[in-house]
Write a protein that binds this ligand. Structure first.
Ligand SMILES: NC(=O)C1=CN([C@@H]2O[C@H](COP(=O)(O)OP(=O)(O)OC[C@H]3O[C@@H](n4cnc5c(N)ncnc54)[C@H](O)[C@@H]3O)[C@@H](O)[C@H]2O)C=CC1
Ligand SMILES: O=C(O)CCC(=O)C(=O)O
Length: 527
C-alpha cells in the first residue's frame, strides 16, 4: 500500500482521484513543525502541500520512500527543489487551476484600492457614515502596469481591458508579438514605472525579482501610484513601501502575500490606504478543487512511474508532444539499458543522435530517459527521470545531443555512442510501424533484434562453427534459444551474433563461451 500525506487543507473533493486507487492510502495531516514532519515523512510515498508546509532539505533527507511532492497551486518556493532533484524526487505543481482565482483577487484588490472599500466598510461598521473621506478614482482610462505577463498577468490584463484600462507590461521572457496579440504594449521597467497609475506584479519570487519594487523603483513611479502584489511576498520591499505610502507618493497598496507569512504585525497594517488579505489569491472553491484534482492526478502518475505533465524539476512536456514521443521514450530507455550492459570501462561521454522524424520534436526528454536507462543499472544511487541529467553531470559525463533530418534508411532512428576509458560502443534503434521497437545496429553491424527479453551478444570472427558452439553451451544449461541474428560487414571479418534466450545464461557459461576460438567478447543483455 502506498501512502500519500496531504497537508495544508487541500480540498477534499479534489482528492477523489487518489481515494479511488485501491493501493493508495490518503492520510490528511494536521499542521506540523519541521521536526514533526521530519519524524513522519519516512512513512510516505507522496506528499501534497499548499503554501504553509515547508518541504525543507531536512524533510527531504528524512524521506525514505518519497517519490513525489505535489504543490496544489503554482509557487513551489516552499519546496527545496534541489534537495528533491538530488534525491530523485519529482516535484509537481498545478499551475492552471488557480489562475482565474488569483486574477479575480487582483481585480478585487484594484477596485478595493480605487474605491477605498475596506476602509469605508470598516468605518461604517464602527457606526460612522462618512462619505467625504472616501472619494475614489475610476479604473477606466487609467494605465495598468503589469510586471510578469504569464498566466495570471495575462488574465488580469484581459479583465482590466474590459474595464477600459490601458495595459502596459514588462516581462523579459515574453515576446512582443505575443503581447501585441493581446493588445498589450511591452515596455521597459523604467517606462512602466513612469507611466503606470496602477502596478501589479505577477512573477515568481527569484533572486532577480526579490525586492524588485524597492526605493529605486518607487522613486521612478508616478505620484499617486497604487501597488498590488498577489504573487509572492518579498517582490515588494515592504519597508520601502511603508516609507513611500507615509510620504504620500504611493496612494494605496494591496498585498495578498508577505515576505514573512503569516504576517500580523506589519506597520503597513496601520495604514488606511493599505489593503491586506492573508494569501487568499487562490482561495476560491473552484480553484481549490481544480488544483487538488490536478495535483492528485499528477501524484498518481508519478507513483505509477508514468510521465507527469507539470513536473518542475524534470523535463515536462505538453500532452501533444507526449502523445508523439511516448513510444520513443520506451525505445530511448531500452537503448540506454542495453548500452549499460554492453559497456567496458567508465563512461566519459554519451552522444545521442536523433534522426528522421525525431528531428522535428523536442528530444530533451528522450535524452533524459536514455540516461536513466544507461546509468540506473550501473550506479548505486537511484537514477530516475528527475535526476538522470544531474547524475550524469555530477559524474563528469559529457552528454551531447544532436538531431538530423537524415534517418539513414529509417523513418526515425536513435543512435547512441557511449565513450568509456576503454573504447566506444554504438547502438541504434528504431520504431517500425505499429510501434514495433527494434535494435538495428550494434557497433556498426546491422541486425534486427527485438527489445524485450534476454539476449546473448557475441562479437566474433566470421568463421564456421562459432554459432553452433555457443548454442551447444546454451543448450547444455537447458536454456531454450528463441531466435538468432547475425550481422557482419564482410565475409571472414568480424561479426556479431545476437541470440535470444528464454533465461539468463549463467556467468560460468559466459566464461566458457569466451574461450571458444574466434569469440571476441560475450555480453548477456536483459531488457
Ligand atoms: N496569491 C496567491 O494565492 C497566488 C499566487 N500565485 C503566484 O503568482 C505568480 C504568477 O503565477 P503564474 O502567472 O501562474 O505564473 P507564470 O509562470 O504563468 O507567469 C510568471 C511570469 O513572470 C515572468 N517573469 C519571470 N521573471 C520575471 C522578471 N524578472 N520580470 C518580469 N517578469 C518575470 C515570466 O516570464 C512569466 O511570464 C507566481 O509567483 C505564483 O506563485 C499564483 C496563484 C495564487
Ligand atoms: O494554495 C494557496 O492558497 C496559495 C496559492 C499560491 O500561492 C500559488 O499557487 O502559488
Amino acid at each position: 500500500m502506498m501512502k500519500v500525506l496531504v497537508m495544508d487543507g487541500v480540498a477534499e473533493e479534489g482528492l477523489a482521484p487518489l481515494r479511488q486507487q485501491q493501493d493508495i492510502e490518503v492520510v490528511i495531516g494536521e499542521k506540523m513543525t519541521e521536526d514533526q514532519l521530519v519524524e513522519v515523512i519516512g512513512e510516505y510515498d507522496a506528499l501534497i502541500v499548499r503554501s504553509a508546509t515547508k518541504v525543507t532539505s531536512r524533510v527531504v533527507e528524512a524521506a525514505k520512500k518519497l517519490k513525489v511532492v505535489g504543490r496544489a497551486g503554482v509557487g513551489v518556493d516552499n519546496i527545496d527543489r534541489n534537495a528533491c532533484t538530488n534525491k530523485g524526487i519529482v516535484v509537481v505543481n498545478a499551475p492552471d487551476g488557480n489562475t482565474i482565482a488569483a486574477a479575480e483577487h487582483t481585480m478585487a484588490m484594484m477596485l478595493g484600492l480605487a474605491r477605498k472599500i475596506p476602509a469605508a466598510c470598516g468605518k461604517l461598521k464602527n457606526g460612522c457614515w462618512d462619505k467625504k473621506s472616501f472619494l475614489g478614482v475610476e479604473l477606466r482610462g487609467k494605465t495598468l502596469g503589469i510586471i510578469g505577463l504569464g498566466r495570471i498577468g495575462s488574465a488580469v490584463a484581459k479583465r482590466a481591458q474590459a474595464m477600459e484600462m490601458q495595459i502596459i507590461a514588462y516581462d523579459p521572457y515574453i515576446s512582443e508579438e505575443h503581447a501585441r496579440k493581446m493588445a498589450i504594449e511591452i515596455v521597459t521597467l523604467p517606462e512602466l514605472y513612469k507611466r503606470a497609475d496602477f502596478i501589479t506584479v505577477h512573477m515568481p519570487k527569484t533572486k532577480e525579482t526579490y525586492h524588485m519594487i524597492n526605493k529605486e523603483a518607487f522613486e521612478q513611479m508616478k505620484e499617486g501610484v497604487r501597488i498590488i502584489n498577489c504573487a509572492r511576498g518579498g517582490i515588494v520591499d515592504e519597508a520601502a513601501l511603508y516609507e513611500y505610502m507615509v510620504a504620500g507618493k504611493v496612494a494605496g497598496a494591496a498585498l495578498d502575500v508577505f515576505e514573512t507569512e503569516p504576517c500580523t504585525d506589519s506597520p503597513l497594517l496601520q495604514l488606511d490606504n493599505f489593503i491586506a488579505t492573508p494569501h487568499l489569491g487562490a482561495s476560491t472553491q473552484e480553484a481549490q478543487i481544480n488544483v487538488a484534482v490536478d495535483v492528485a492526478e499528477e501524484i498518481i502518475a508519478a507513483l505509477r512511474g508514468d510521465l507527469v505533465k507539470n513536473a518542475v524539476n524534470m523535463p515536462s512536456m505538453s500532452p501533444k508532444l507526449l502523445a508523439k514521443i511516448r513510444p520513443f521514450l520506451d525505445l530511448a530507455e531500452k537503448l540506454g539499458k542495453f548500452q549499460a550492459q554492453m559497456l567496458n570501462g567508465r563512461i566519459e561521454k554519451v552522444e545521442v543522435v536523433y534522426s528522421g522524424e525525431l528531428a522535428r520534436y523536442d528530444v530533451n526528454p528522450l535524452t533524459t530517459i536514455l540516461l536513466k536507462g544507461l546509468l540506473d543499472p550501473i550506479l548505486q544511487e537511484n537514477v530516475n527521470f528527475v535526476n538522470a541529467t544531474l547524475v550524469a553531470r555530477n559524474r563528469g559525463i559529457t552528454v551531447v545531443q544532436t538531431t538530423t533530418e537524415n534517418g539513414e534508411d529509417y523513418n526515425n532512428l536513435i543512435k547512441v555512442n557511449v565513450y568509456t576509458d576503454k573504447g566506444k560502443r554504438m547502438l541504434a534503434g528504431t520504431l517500425f510501424q505499429g510501434n514495433d521497437m527494434r535494435i538495428v545496429n550494434i557497433d556498426g553491424f546491422r541486425i534486427n533484434a527485438a527489445t524485450t527479453g534476454h539476449m546473448l551478444v557475441v562479437p566474433h570472427i566470421d568463421k564456421p562453427g562459432i554459432v553452433g558452439k555457443v548454442g551447444t553451451i546454451v543448450g547444455d544449461k537447458e536454456i531454450n534459444i528463441a531466435g538468432m541474428q547475425v550481422g557482419r560487414v564482410e565475409l571472414g571479418g568480424t561479426a556479431i551474433m545476437v541470440m535470444m534466450v528464454d533465461n539468463i545464461v549463467p556467468e560460468c557459461a559466459l566464461e566458457e563461451m569466451v574461450k571458444i576460438d574466434g569469440v571476441l567478447e560475450v555480453k548477456m543483455v536483459s531488457l
